[in-house]
Design a binder for this molecule. Sequence first.
Ligand code: GDP
Ligand code: MG
Length: 368
Amino acid sequence: MSIVSAITGLPYVGKTTLFNLLTGGHAATGSFSGAEAETNVGIAKVPDPRVDQLAALFNPKKTTYAEVLYRDLGLAHAEKPGQAISPGKLGDLRTADALVHVVRAFRDQTIPHVDGSVDPVRDLGAVDLELLFADHGVVERRLERLEAELRSAKGPEREAKEREKAVLERARAALDAETPLRDIGFDADEQKVMRGFRFLTLMPVLVAVNLDEDEIAKPDRVLAPLREAVAAHRATAVVPFSAKLEAEIAELPHDEAAAFRSELGLAEPALDRLVRATYELLGLCSFFTVGEDEVRAWTVACGTPAQQAAGAIHSDLERGFIRAEVIRWDELLRAGSEANAKRQGIVRTEGKTYPTKDGDVVHVLFNV
Ligand SMILES: Nc1nc2c(ncn2[C@@H]2O[C@H](COP(=O)(O)OP(=O)(O)O)[C@@H](O)[C@H]2O)c(=O)[nH]1
Ligand SMILES: [Mg+2]
């Protein structure tokens, strides 16, 4: 399973700068690039010190990190809501798993703001409104069609359409009140109806706040009003970063970069935090496979039954699943080798339904 994150937000807030940092890309940035019309696509490795430590123990031929696919999907500047997202971008947004909404808090006078002043809370609201608007249009169009279809539908088909109508009317009421759909508690059946529409306001949102470098050590002045603005929303997290600072640090040799970070009081690269926050929002866990050939991280929804999780590695492993040998990554490190861990009796045998946990090292026994 590979996660798709869509980076979005107003023009010139640092989306493409962030995209390049995350993916090691070189997409054009700045006001004169004309690049906002295009979607940049790239892959970020999910930084994971656990993988690094397991790789140090096994010294494998290959080390493979989990990956997140990023799409850089800028909104256009629009006078009225409903005009900022082009139809092509709408499709690319809808098929993502999560949104990274970049808001500008840096004050650099040389980079004009499309609305004339720097106001992150206002911008957050403006983009949210745009997303609400897009979903509202989808609901309205579907309800209109349903009305027509209901005139002739009979029996179970009619019942299904009536149910769909009821769910969509609830959704419309929420959107009318400017409430994102992820804040509405839909039950399992309703969720099934909703899923097919790929509503934008149903997606988890990471608000990535692009701060001035000198505010990164004390971000509360900027973050407090943003946190307040999102407090009522589910599946929303606020993560600060400084695109300019991260770009500078990215140019430094590894040990200098680390020294510079700790001088600034930054425990870890902002980009690591961003990717981790995405995993948390989506309820994703990493498990590992280890060996002399490869140490590798795999991504599944936390709690995925072991048999299904094995399918992330290969469909044969799911089909022919017998059992899994499981040990937590840090226990394996402490034991020093798989053989030691087995001798100490700390490798567990788990069956098909074992809920996979973050940090499990898994060896699947199978037969096809
Ligand atoms: N001062 C400052 N400039 C930034 C920062 N992030 C991006 N920029 C600049 O703002 C301009 C727009 O950035 P870009 O990444 O192209 O924004 P996008 O339109 O959202 O993709 C570029 O000239 C960047 O160099 C930042 O944190 N601080
Ligand atoms: Mg851009």
